[in-house]
Ligand binder design. Structure first.
Ligand code: KIV
Length: 275
């Protein structure tokens, strides 16, 4: 029965310190996104270490093409829901576009709202050296910060595509230096999205803090996927880095068709399902 379960007997709460220990002992960190309590509870009970309330909720929950319109209040709402389902995993919330770019004060205040109102245990920001001052202030005040480098979806209109980042020497050097800058500014972890695995390997072996990869190869200290991709709820988004561990789109479609048919044929509910 427990065949596919990683040994989850270690029920210690996951913290920034625990993540560092995991990197030091070469235990890979498993991360998934979640946006509601029921899904977060399943992931938590299965032993997932980190749950990210990503601004990908714009795509997954709201059906948007980009993450740009997502608001802080929406992330707060979904983070509260996720926290209600979680006991062990560390819950990290994304700071949406324009909630941390304007000024240090603004970023600091909004990160504080995610911690105080939503129960986030850390916040994630996209960007490198240009957010260093914000990372420093937050970290010093007790707000753990996860960085996010490589493909940064909030900058989609600047780059014009979701292509792999860090393929030129100049871009690779910038990502590498940004990673060092984030660590020096106090970040406890860095997400590396869609960069060559050689670059991710170099960053992961240079930094003391863990790296979490998505489309960044096997040498990162952990991995993250958007849960609806991992579970096959999506079918049309097929980048190379997504591995589908289930085909829930098919399962749900099939169950819905049977339900519909039973209602139309007056086979649901029967008298045993009635009062
Ligand atoms: O918003 C999100 O879900 C993310 C992950 C893909 C890293 O940023």
């Amino acid at each position: 029965m427990q065949k596919f379960k990683y040994n989850t007997s270690d029920r210690r709460k996951v913290t920034t310190l625990r993540l560092l220990e995991m990197k030091e002992s070469n235990e890979k960190i498993a991360c998934l996104t979640a946006y509601d309590a029921i899904t977060a509870r399943i992931f938590d009970e299965s032993g997932i270490d980190l749950i990210l309330v990503g601004d990908s909720l714009g795509n997954v929950i709201q059906g948007l093409d980009t993450t740009i319109p997502v608001t802080l209040d929406q992330v707060i709402y979904h983070t509260k829901a996720v926290q209600n389902g979680v006991k062990r995993a560390m819950v990290v919330s994304d700071m949406p576009f324009m909630t941390y770019q304007i000024s240090v004060e603004d970023a600091f205040y909004n990160a504080g709202r995610l911690m105080k109102e939503a129960g986030a245990e850390a916040v994630k920001l996209e960007g490198g050296d240009y957010i260093a001052d914000k990372v420093r202030v937050m970290t010093e005040a007790g707000i753990p910060v996860m960085g996010h480098l490589g493909l940064t979806p909030q900058s989609i209109h600047k780059f014009g595509s979701y292509r792999t980042r860090g393929t030129s020497e100049e871009e690779a050097n910038k990502i590498f230096n940004d990673a060092i800058c984030l660590e020096q500014s106090g970040a406890f972890c860095v997400v590396l999205e869609k960069i060559p695995y050689q670059l991710a390997k170099k960053i992961s072996s240079t930094l003391r803090i863990p790296t979490i990869g998505i489309g960044a190869g096997p040498y990162c200290d952990g991995q993250v996927l958007v849960y609806s991709d991992m579970l096959g709820l999506t079918t049309e988004f097929n980048p190379r880095f997504v591995r589908r561990y289930a085909h829930l789109h098919e399962v749900i479609s099939e169950a819905t068709s049977r339900y519909l048919e039973d209602i139309k044929n007056q086979e649901f509910p029967n008298l045993n399902e009635s009062y």
